[in-house]
Design a protein around this ligand. Structure first.
Ligand code: DAH
Length: 341
């Protein structure tokens, strides 16, 4: 009996397990209700009196050590199982970055212009990029011999009758006036095309936003105040505007609007060529001929219109001086507008 107990003690000391199942089998074999240790305790009374003391001591030692072994192995195996999980899911590793894109600067500025005019009741309208002569030229009071109708200035798709890529978003004014009754307050953003050699200062396509307001008693003062509001929302409250007389076939009187220089605030610098002002848009009172061409009674209604280049505003906001950058899709250039989202 004593030697069996000593054998089991030795076995316990040497026991190793690779899995929790092996530990459990060992526990049942030694410590289970029908296990070896129970059996040996049952034999105690049959042990010779002089061996009883040693046998009891060995048996108690065996019971303690077997329990300790089981506890230790269980803890070890549970620990290494946890380690295995963390090693294949290393949460401390840097992640692979999913780079997000950025909005194009032209879209950012276009949306800003739309928002500014939305706040004072202007709604967005759009028209086709391929236009007929009526909407792009004739209805807007361009005389038949006007140089803009020249092949050198306009991309024609078809001749007689003339179909062309629109040269300005003023064509959308005509469509809106033809299809609605005043009061009209609309802005028309869109892409326009001109037969120009591509350079830092000119491109064969660019973007404009057209504005149109038609109602009873609309005056030049309304035009000025609307544009002052726009300039101050776009470039800051301290911005000043200046209207210079100009000429467009579709407005009378016509003007060009300058804003105080966004770089030097009017003091004079090389961006504004020491004039303190930068030209940003054309505008005027809609010519009565245009109103009549579009079915609006010019004796009852009057209105103003304006048109601005989106690239021009973006150039002033972001100090980008080469128009080509807007259409080259250079990632380095575009990434700079992430912060503006
Ligand atoms: N269509 C003109 C251009 O492309 C811009 C313009 C000027 C639009 C005056 C207008 C306006 O509505 O009133 O240069």
């Amino acid at each position: 009996m004593l030697s069996r107990a000593k054998e089991l003690l030795q076995e316990t000391k040497e026991f190793k397990a690779k899995s929790l199942e092996e530990v459990e089998a060992f526990r049942i074999k030694l410590l289970g209700s029908k296990g070896e240790i129970k059996k040996l305790f049952a034999e105690f009374r049959n042990v010779a009196a002089e061996e009883k003391k040693e046998f009891g001591a060995v048996l108690n030692q065996l019971k303690d050590q077997a329990q300790q072994k089981v506890d230790e192995l269980k803890a070890d195996l549970a620990g290494s199982a946890a380690k295995e999980v963390t090693s294949s899911f290393d949460f401390t590793r840097p992640t692979t970055l999913n780079e997000i894109g950025s909005r194009h600067p032209i879209s950012i500025i276009k949306n800003e212009i739309i928002e500014i005019f939305n706040r004072i009741g202007f709604q967005v309208s759009e028209g086709p990029e391929i236009e007929d002569d009526w909407h792009n030229f004739s209805a807007l009071n361009f005389p038949p011999e006007h140089p803009a109708r020249d092949m050198q200035d306009t991309f024609f798709v078809e001749k007689d009758p003339d179909i062309a890529l629109r040269t300005h978003t003023s064509s959308v004014q005509v469509r809106v006036m033809e299809n609605s009754t005043p009061p009209i307050r609309t802005i028309s953003p869109g892409r326009v095309y001109r037969n120009e050699a591509i350079s830092a200062r000119a491109h064969c396509f660019f973007h404009q936003v057209e504005g149109l307001y038609i109602d009873k008693n609309v005056s030049f003062a309304d035009l000025r105040q609307t544009l002052l509001y726009f300039a101050q929302e776009m470039f800051g409250k301290e911005t000043k505007i200046r209207l210079r007389p100009s000429y467009f076939p579709f407005t009378e009187p016509s003007a060009e609007m300058d804003v105080s220089c966004t770089i030097c605030s009017g003091k004079g610098c090389n961006v504004c060529k020491y004039t303190g002002y930068l030209e940003i848009l054309g505008c005027g009172m809609v010519d009565p001929n245009v109103l009549e061409n579009c079915g609006i009674d010019s004796k009852v209604y009057s209105g103003f219109a304006f048109g601005m280049g989106v690239e021009r505003i973006a150039q002033l906001k972001y100090n980008v001086n080469d128009l080509r950058l807007y259409s080259e899709n250079d990632k380095g250039f575009l990434d700079q507008f992430k912060a503006a989202l």
